[in-house]
Design a protein around this ligand. Structure first.
Ligand SMILES: [Zn+2]
Length: 76
């Protein structure tokens, strides 16, 4: 599969109740929610801002996975 952010080759680690865990060589590991996945069909994420935010989330809270959900999604 391809990464939802940078569209390079990525791995889908698992599917959870709320979304998918994606591991991308460039963007790292992140959980993207089903709600955002549905919205992605009609509008794109702001790739660079979203990637910065994932980075911020990891620095802020190293123990939980970076998330792209309705609260954190940054749309283009
Ligand atoms: Zn990526």
């Amino acid at each position: 599969m391809n990464c939802y952010l940078c569209e390079s080759d990525a791995e889908q680690r698992e599917t959870t109740q709320s979304g998918q865990v994606i591991a991308c060589r460039d963007c790292g590991e992140y959980l993207i929610s089903d709600v955002v996945l549905r919205q992605l069909e009609s509008r794109p994420l702001d790739f660079s801002k979203m990637r910065d935010d994932l980075h911020r989330q990891r620095q802020y809270n190293a123990t939980s996975m970076a998330q792209i959900n309705s609260e954190t999604a940054i749309w283009a």
